[in-house]
Design a protein around this ligand. Structure first.
Ligand SMILES: [Zn+2]
Length: 210
């Protein structure tokens, strides 16, 4: 039976690590790489967590530009192709008295992705430069990012609602534009960036700086 951990000191400083498969905690020095219980690979921290998070975040930062600049949908109406960016789509919705849907699209397509990228980059920077912040608040911020991320895929459904709104009795064909692909890349990379970030690094950077 393992000794209970002392609160206020990180497990790594107490020579302890937890297996992410079976939840068994063991000594780092006695079982450096293999879980003694289920024999899975084990490490006190996610390997190369910061590098993975940054690589995915930078990809998201790049793809958010075409997602906003290029057309997200093409409407084929009376043999004319109408391109729509996120912004022109918003304006069309407002002109058609669909302010409610416009607000959802604005939050899901513009506010949420930008907030997620900035918040994750900020948390990753605080860990990288070991800025002295309240780790509990950092952890809450990270939890919000993770929670919001689960809903960001909703935007792709909102785009379909937008398409339905445009279609008022006339025969319309809709094609996804380059921004739709870019937007999907932003959603997926930010999800994985949050996933690969090891939140325990927040406590490490605060512990070691003291
Ligand atoms: Zn295990």
């Amino acid at each position: 039976m393992n000794e209970p951990l002392t609160p206020g000191i990180s497990a790594i400083q107490q020579d302890r690590q937890v297996c992410l498969v079976c939840n068994m905690d063991s000594s780092i020095s006695e079982n450096p790489e293999i879980c003694p219980c289920c024999h899975s690979d084990i490490a006190p921290r996610i390997k190369r967590s910061q590098q993975k998070t940054w690589a995915l975040l930078i990809t998201a930062m790049i793809f958010i530009i075409p997602a906003n600049v290029y057309p997200i949908t093409y409407l084929l109406k009376n043999s004319t192709l109408y391109p729509d960016t996120i912004y022109s789509g918003l304006i069309t919705l407002i002109r058609n008295d669909q302010e409610g849907i416009a607000l959802i699209v604005f939050i899901a397509s513009i506010l949420v992705p930008i907030f997620k990228i900035l918040a994750l980059a900020f948390i990753a920077l605080t860990v990288h430069f070991r800025w002295q912040l309240n780790p509990k608040k950092q952890f809450i911020a990270f939890s919000i990012v993770e929670w919001v991320g689960r809903w960001s895929i909703l935007d792709l459904f909102v785009i379909s609602i937008m398409v339905a709104v445009f279609d008022k009795g006339s025969l319309v064909s809709v094609y996804p534009g380059i921004a739709a692909t870019s937007f999907t890349i932003v959603v997926i990379t930010t999800l994985f960036a949050a996933e690969s970030f090891d939140t325990r690094l927040i406590w490490d950077s605060n512990n070691n700086a003291k």
